[in-house]
Design a protein around this ligand. Structure first.
Ligand code: ZN
Ligand code: ZN
Length: 222
């Protein structure tokens, strides 16, 4: 079986990921205007725009869904998001970030600004409810709901014991160790969702910002 490759693309503050096995999918798209950087990273890997079969959004915040509209046009790939974050995508408005901690309150002054909170809207092609099997797109993995940061946040569990969790887990400032997200619509759900990821016992966890982290590091989050 072809091994699963996970290629992080660092886009300013956020990460997107190209995941390749029999097929290729893109997880997250950075802020608006990240499309050229993403397609250039793909090109370096020998991936043409038309090779990308699916654009999966871990949630509807502007730094993850911002370039989904232009990338759908440029690749022809379908865009998938959980139905509970679909309205953010349809309106191109991430809504207000709910700070969980002092860092979130301070950084929120910047990220809640109107210009940062809006992005080109689009109607999603695929609405995720319970889960999405990525084998349809040539990748041995499953998308599962891991709500809390937003109601429709999802994670990708890959068949090789790796996971891509979006903003469910955040790097702490300044230690950069994994921690709770600075913003969460529901903190209890964040904790439950981190528990779901732990149960999968992933060896490597890729996050929407910073990372990746090891499974042992994730066990230290309180
Ligand atoms: Zn987010
Ligand atoms: Zn983010």
């Amino acid at each position: 079986m072809t091994p699963i490759e996970v290629h992080p693309i660092r886009l300013g503050i956020a990460n997107a990921y190209l995941v390749r096995q029999e097929g290729t999918i893109l997880v997250d798209t950075g802020d608006a205007g990240s499309e050229d950087a993403i397609l250039e990273a793909a090109k370096q890997l020998g991936i043409a725009p038309g090779d990308i079969r699916l654009i999966l959004l871990t949630h509807g915040h502007a730094d993850h869904a911002g370039s989904a509209s232009s990338l759908r046009t440029m690749t022809g790939a379908k865009v998938a998001i959980h139905r509970d974050d679909a309205e953010k995508l349809r309106s191109g408005n991430q809504g207000r970030l709910r700070a969980r901690c002092i860092t979130g309150r301070i950084l929120g002054l910047f990220f809640n600004a109107k210009k940062k909170a809006h992005y080109p809207p689009l109607e999603p092609d695929i609405l995720i409810t319970d889960s999405l099997d990525l084998r349809t797109y040539g990748v041995d993995g499953t998308v599962i709901p891991t709500p809390g940061h937003t109601p429709g946040s999802v994670s990708v569990i890959l068949g090789d014991n790796e996971a891509i969790v979006g903003d469910l887990i955040f790097p702490s400032i300044p230690s950069e160790k994994p921690g709770l997200p600075f913003w969460a619509d529901d903190s209890d759900e964040v904790n439950r969702s981190i528990g779901i990821i732990r149960e999968q016992q992933p060896q490597k966890i890729y996050t929407g910002h910073g990372g990746p982290f090891s499974g042992e590091e994730i066990d230290t989050i309180r």
